[in-house]
Design a protein around this ligand. Structure first.
Ligand SMILES: C=C(O[C@@H]1C=C(C(=O)O)C=C[C@H]1O)C(=O)O
Length: 352
């Protein structure tokens, strides 16, 4: 019998939709392989399948329907992590200048009172030598065991891979769990004593408040946890877990997705103004970066959706990495640049 990876390679060759994924801390890897070559798009999130949604809510949301696909689940054991020197040798001076200017523009706009926070991103292209889906996927799953790791292919989107640390929402009938994740620092020597700056605390609080305001009117119960430090690869983030129940009579999945996506963890606040700024000022279309993906309406009415972060688009012999960070009035453009460099290492390490 073919392995999941061999099936994925076959599907890629035939340009037929598939997704490989490993849920956080799971000891299995799953593969969903579409049986036909048709394109299925979500209309109202009542669909059942694996969904892949872009950042921009005006664009198509694709999915692989469960009833038009074969599902394979295989045991997973970690592979040895291969440490290679960083593959990136080219100078990033030009990219740095462009990103610093974009961040400064964002800070100026915040100063004018247009919005309080905006998440600004950049794209970095890395040349690939001998890309091998199996090696990259197994390095991703072995390095980022507590992330949602995936490889998605669809003729309409191309091949994307990523290791997301952020749950958009998990749903079980009317019950949901989500999180406010923002604020970033690199892991230092001592994990016992972690200090968070005022800027990081504020940007994360804005996300929590947004989620609370969005979900309160549609929930019969809503509970906000304590702020914690969460580890994601070489990085730490501030995280607050939030859970509750959707009011009876509302379409649960549609309501939650529309209220949450995109949160100020990847867009900004107020949402529409920040989104307009992103769409008009970022040099690259984000496509599926900072969109969401995952299981939609499984047979037992569960959904498990993740924000598409720490991801890349693989196109020929180029990997396009997408990375961003939250900008507030207190941001220092130089530090924001460094944050994107640190975040870019998550995917660069698996491409080495
Ligand atoms: C925007 C990204 O990450 C988001 C932004 C963060 C921040 O601004 O500190 C932290 C985690 C994510 O919610 C990204 O990884 O590209």
């Amino acid at each position: 019998m073919k392995t999941i990876i061999e099936k994925a390679k076959d599907h890629l060759q035939k340009q037929q939709p598939f997704v490989l994924y490993k849920q956080p801390d799971a000891n299995t890897v799953s593969g969903l392989f579409q049986l036909d070559a048709k394109t299925y798009t979500c209309v109202d999130y009542s669909e059942k399948g694996f969904v892949f949604a872009p950042f921009n809510t005006q664009e198509d949301v694709f999915f692989i329907p469960f009833d038009k696909a074969d599902l394979f689940v295989a045991p997973w054991t970690p592979k040895e992590i291969i440490e290679c020197p960083n593959i990136i040798s080219k100078s990033l001076e030009k990219e740095k200048e462009t990103h610093v200017q974009l961040v400064q523009k964002g800070i100026n706009q915040i100063g004018l009172g247009d919005f309080k926070k905006v998440v600004l991103a950049r794209k970095e292209s890395v040349a690939l030598t001998n890309f091998n889906l199996e090696d990259v996927f197994s390095q991703m799953t072995s390095r980022y065991t507590n992330a949602f790791v995936y490889a998605w292919f669809h003729p309409k989107t191309g091949l994307w891979m990523g290791a997301s640390p952020e749950t958009l929402v998990k749903i079980n009938e009317a019950y949901f769990e989500t999180m406010s994740l923002a604020g970033t620092q690199q892991i230092s020597e001592s994990l016992d004593h972690i200090d968070w700056g005022a800027k990081e605390k504020e940007e994360q609080l804005l996300v929590t408040q947004f989620i609370q305001e969005q979900l309160y009117p549609v929930s019969s119960s809503l509970s906000i946890g304590e702020v914690q430090t969460a580890k994601a690869g070489n990085l730490l983030h501030l995280r607050t877990k939030i859970h509750g129940e959707v009011l009876k009579g509302l379409p649960v999945v549609k309501t939650l997705i529309e209220k949450l996506h995109p949160t100020p963890a990847v867009c900004g606040l107020p949402r529409d103004k920040a989104k307009q700024f992103i769409l008009s000022q970022e040099a690259n279309n984000r496509k599926y970066y900072s969109g969401f993906l995952g299981l939609l309406n499984t047979s037992d009415l569960q959904s498990e959706l993740y924000v598409n972060l720490r991801c890349m688009e693989l196109s020929g012999d180029i990997a396009n990495l997408y990375i961003g960070g939250g900008i507030t009035q207190e941001s220092d453009p130089e530090k924001e640049w460094e944050e994107t460099v640190a975040k870019s290492l998550v995917m660069k390490k698996v491409l080495s």
